[in-house]
Design a binder for this molecule. Sequence first.
Ligand code: PEP
Length: 252
Amino acid sequence: MRKKVVAGNWKCNTTVQEGVELAKAVNQLVAAKGPEDVVVVLGAPFTHITKVVESVDGARVGVAAQNCAAEASGAYTGEVSASMVKSTGAQYVILGHSERREYYGETSEILNKKVALTLENGLTPIYCCGEALEIREAGTQKEYVINQLEETIFNLSADDFKKVIIAYEPIWAIGTGKTASTEQAQEMHKDIREAIAAKYGAEVAEEISILYGGSCKPSNAPELFANPDVDGGLIGGASLKAEDFIGIITAY
Ligand code: PEP
């Protein structure tokens, strides 16, 4: 059985104190009503991670960085390496988010290095992929997304690939209030799983959690998560309010 995962992405929001309060509130709600079989992850800013790790029950709530450096260590002012992330107690790194690809020039080559370093340090990459609106309108979204996977994670060995969580996030649905329809989400998740099966075999494909991201809320999560190939969500805006986030976590 593959894991169900609901991961929050706080992005560049909250002070350390606000982040700790949010983490504690989520932790309490997860303890009270979070389904045992749903893995909950908080994607906190680097500055917050150590304190967020201390504020949650690690057995129920994991912590993710939102990025890491493409180099292991050295003279890279301002960068935070995968080994540094590991030393905080975080277990995950969100990689390849469309905002990082678009605003910070993250290419497939850079992502290759980041994915490899994340895995080398025993962290789980939450690897994001997804198409822009013009690609969806041209009807070439499947080719586009599969190509992203081929360029960045299909070079991994099967053993490493099995450790990756994939998040399909259509860019046109991120922070826009526009959600992919349940059919659009299922179709792409199935296409991704079939591409994994073609590359790594059906058994590996069945094990990989594929999350949906893009304006996911407590109101639309039940319908999205009911799809056979949707294994949870990567949640932006709605992860900033503990009540909304738990509403999504309990949507299964
Ligand atoms: C995201 O940025 O990963 C995301 C899914 O954002 P939102 O939920 O706000 O659309």
